[in-house]
Design a protein around this ligand. Structure first.
Ligand code: ADP
Ligand code: MG
Length: 257
C-alpha cells in the first residue's frame, strides 16, 4: 500500500495559547496506483492531511506511512501541486519543469531530456521556451503537473489544482490530468471542494466532517473511465454519487439555515 494514515490527530498551537485540532483520529489507506479524493467543509483539515503526507510537519498523534515507511520530514517521493502553479516567472517552461531535478543533482542534459518528456505527456510540446505569463491558466497547470511528474514521484498530492480555472477549461484539464496520471499509474490524493470533480476523477472518495476533520464516509466510485472524466461525465450514476456526498455533508440543511 502506498499511503497510510493510522489514527492521525493534528493539533496546532494558536496565538492565544489554546490549541486548534485540525484533524482527529484520521485513518485511511491509498493503494498503489489508486486515485483518492478528499472532500469536506472548508477548514476541516484537508490541506493539513496533504502537508503531513508530504512530511512538511508530523502528526501530533498517530502515524503517516508512505510505502510502509513512517514519514519523518520532507518526503522526496511525493510530488505536491497547489491551486497556484508556483511557476517561476523568470524561467521558461522547460526550465521550470527541470527545477526539481536540479536540486536532485541530475545533470543538464538528462534534466532537459526528462523535462521534455513530461512536457510531451502534458501536451505542451512547442511551448517549452515560452514564459509562464505567455500561457493560459490551464496550460500553466499542465506545466505544473509536468514539473511534478518530472521527479517521478511515487505519490502525487493535488490541493484544489483546478479551482481557479473556468468551467470549460477545468473539464479539459481534469481530463488531461486523469489521462497522464492513469498512464503513469501514479498514486494520487486530490483535495477538492468540487463534488462532481471528485466523482469524475476518483476510484474512492473520503468524506470528512467539519473541523476537527475525521473520515465520516469512504465511497468507492464503481464507474468506468477513471482515465477519462469527460466520458465518465456522461454516465447517469455520476449525479447519484454526487447527491450521496451532498447528503453526507448535510448541504441541504445548511442551504436552508
Ligand atoms: P482545509 O484545507 O480543509 O480548508 P486546513 O487543513 O488548511 O483546512 O486547516 C485546518 C485547520 O487547521 C484550520 O482551522 C486552520 O486554521 C488550522 N491550521 C492549518 N495549518 C495551520 C498552521 N500551520 N498553523 C496553525 N493552524 C493551522
Ligand atoms: Mg485547504
Amino acid at each position: 500500500m502506498a499511503l497510510e494514515f493510522r489514527h492521525v490527530t493534528k493539533r496546532f498551537p494558536t496565538r492565544t495559547g489554546k490549541e486548534v485540532t485540525a484533524v482527529q483520529d484520521v485513518t485511511f489507506t491509498v493503494n498503489q496506483g489508486e486515485f483518492v479524493s478528499v472532500v469536506g467543509p472548508s477548514g476541516c483539515g484537508k490541506s493539513t492531511i496533504l502537508s503531513m503526507t508530504a512530511g512538511l510537519y508530523g502528526p501530533t498523534e498517530g502515524e503517516v506511512l508512505v510505502s510502509g515507511e513512517r514519514v519523518n520530514g520532507p518526503n522526496p517521493h511525493v510530488g505536491f501541486m497547489l491551486q497556484k502553479d508556483l511557476l517561476l516567472p523568470w524561467r521558461d517552461i522547460v526550465s521550470n519543469v527541470e527545477f526539481g531535478l536540479e536540486s536532485r543533482g541530475v545533470d543538464r542534459q538528462a534534466r532537459r531530456a526528462r523535462a521534455m518528456q513530461e512536457l510531451v505527456h502534458c501536451h505542451l510540446e512547442g511551448f517549452e521556451h515560452q514564459y509562464p505569463y505567455q500561457l493560459s491558466g490551464g496550460m500553466r497547470q499542465r506545466a505544473a503537473l509536468a514539473r511534478t511528474l518530472a521527479i517521478d514521484p511515487e505519490i502525487i498530492l493535488l490541493d484544489e489544482p483546478f479551482s481557479a480555472l473556468d468551467a470549460q477549461t477545468k473539464l479539459l484539464i481534469q481530463n488531461s490530468f486523469a489521462k497522464v496520471i492513469a498512464e503513469q499509474r501514479k498514486t494520487t490524493l486530490l483535495i477538492t471542494h468540487d463534488l462532481a470533480e471528485a466523482v469524475l476523477m476518483s476510484d474512492r472518495i473520503l468524506v470528512l466532517s467539519e473541523r476537527p476533520g475525521s473520515v465520516i464516509a469512504e465511497i468507492a466510485v464503481d464507474l468506468p473511465h477513471r482515465d477519462e472524466p469527460l466520458r465518465r461525465r456522461t454516465l447517469k450514476e455520476v449525479g447519484d454519487y454526487a447527491a450521496q456526498i451532498f447528503t453526507l455533508l448535510k448541504l441541504e440543511e445548511k442551504a436552508v439555515a
